[in-house]
Design a protein around this ligand. Structure first.
Ligand code: 5CA
Length: 437
């Protein structure tokens, strides 16, 4: 993408309304713009990151046999009256009426909707277990929307739902999701710690939140210090095998969110206890028959008896993750994107656009990288070199290439790693081999 033909409205000044670094950087890097409190538009650069995160989440859900659907944002109130949550949900739910004066709502979550779909279609134990998910915008009229897209009113969530014949099956589905979440966050370069959590308006008696430790996090959490340097990458997992021992091992150390903190357990930990703040990037729940009973999700078992299915739900804050990744990965100059979610892998800077040789060399490298499938943002604007370097640092692409008349004379391109700040001077062919390899 040529920057001269792109839409990247970066800001030099620090926006006064933004209290935390991710919000400031997202506004300054031209990723989002506010529409009203807690409601944002996503501009090209921000949308690109959002889509990459969404795609990682999608791939990891697909990998465990969870099937993608797409449910509506607007739901009928009657469905929520059946579960009893229409009244329970309170003022967080945005209630609307259609032209026929029917009560509708903008979905804050989709337990009712998916259970209705399931109940109308699945009648036999033979079709279980079933895992379904969608990635859809939610609305919650939060009392205090803040920190940009971190606590928004409109936000993008991946929500998955499991249906099983019995408690053991439900536990297997829960464990599958649990382990798949670790893989999902690790692919984004994040350390998300699973912690025992409260279930709130979703309900049920077993639940874990996944938290990234950050001073700007909204949750007060406590955990065993071993979690801090634990390597969360999980490989060679057989998702069809018994994940019980894996999950038991991962939850054997103390880790709890505010509501689940246990003074006795913490006293026993002594110096091994760490208290910190965390950003909740995911939350999984097992709630048994809370919704299936009310909405008639019943199947026949192999003896022909009716069984109410056991359910769980599994959320990931897709839009919140954009902010959470920035909180975990930035410096004074701007964002430092992990390669897996970076909007472009490479930023190519033409240091002298009115120099024909320089422009020809840049155009050539841009064409070759693009042909090799490398995503490049090419700064071909007629602007000062200093401003170009500052913008590149701000938007945080993993690799920066700078081509100017001085380097060209020596046949080299300057290549900088945004993460380490290391610079190297290399011939264009070597750069191509490194980045396209
Ligand atoms: N139905 C369940 C699981 S599918 C559910 O709604 N869970 S939740 O309420 O915990 O939300 C799931 C995830 O969405 C949270 O872990 C968080 O990462 C994200 N989230 C929740 N509220 C907001 C918000 N106001 N702004 C941005 N992200 C949010």
């Amino acid at each position: 993408m040529r920057l001269s033909a792109y839409f990247l409205p970066t800001l030099k000044e620090t926006p006064a309304e933004a209290q935390i670094v991710s919000h400031r950087l997202m506004l300054r890097a031209g990723m989002i713009r506010q529409s009203s409190a807690g409601i944002y538009s996503w501009l090209p650069l921000g949308l690109k990151v959002l889509k990459k995160i969404e795609q990682i989440v999608r791939e990891e859900q697909n990998a465990i046999g969870c099937h993608e659907v797409l449910m509506p944002t607007i739901q009928p109130a009657d469905l929520w009256r059946q579960s009893g949550r229409y009244d329970d949900y309170g003022p967080e739910m945005l209630r609307i009426k259609d032209r026929h004066d029917r009560d509708m709502l903008f979905g804050p979550t989709n337990e009712e909707q998916i259970t209705e779909i399931f109940a109308g279609s699945v009648k036999s134990y033979k079709d279980l277990p079933q895992l379904l998910y969608h990635i859809q915008w939610k609305f919650r009229d939060e009392v205090r929307p803040r920190f940009g897209i971190m606590r928004g009113r409109e936000f993008l969530m991946k929500d998955a739902y499991s249906f099983d014949l019995d408690k053991d099956g439900a536990r297997r589905s829960y464990n599958k999701m649990f382990v798949s979440y670790l893989r999902t966050y690790a692919r984004m370069g994040l350390k998300a710690i699973p912690m025992a959590a409260d279930t709130g308006p979703i309900g049920g008696d077993m639940s874990h939140e996944f938290l990234i430790l950050a001073d700007t996090g909204e949750s007060e959490v406590a955990c065993h210090k071993d979690f801090l340097d634990k390597d969360w990458s999980v490989s060679d997992i057989d998702f069809d095998g018994d994940l019980g021992p894996v999950v038991d091992e991962l939850t054997s150390r103390y880790a709890a969110t505010d509501e689940k903190r246990d003074a006795g357990a913490e006293a026993a930990l002594g110096d091994d206890l760490v208290t910190a703040r965390g950003i909740e990037v995911g939350h999984i729940f097992y709630f048994g028959t809370k919704y299936s009973e009310k909405l008639g999700a019943v199947v026949t078992d192999k003896d022909g008896e009716n069984v109410t299915v056991e359910m769980g739900s599994y959320g990931i804050g897709v839009s919140r993750l954009v902010g959470a990744i920035i909180e975990a990965s930035h410096d004074d100059n701007g964002i430092i994107w992990p390669e897996s979610v970076a909007p472009y892998k490479v930023g190519l800077i033409n240091l002298k656009v009115d120099d024909d040789d320089c422009t020809a060399a840049c155009d050539d490298l841009y064409a070759k990288l693009s042909q090799a499938g490398v995503e490049v943002l090419y700064d071909d604007r007629d602007a000062r070199a200093g401003a170009k370097f500052a913008d590149m640092d701000l938007i945080g692409l993993p690799w920066q290439l700078a081509i100017g008349p001085r380097g060209l004379k020596n046949g080299v391109v300057e290549m900088k790693s945004r993460k380490t700040g290391e610079r190297e001077e290399l011939p264009a062919e070597a750069v191509l081999a490194k980045l396209a390899g």
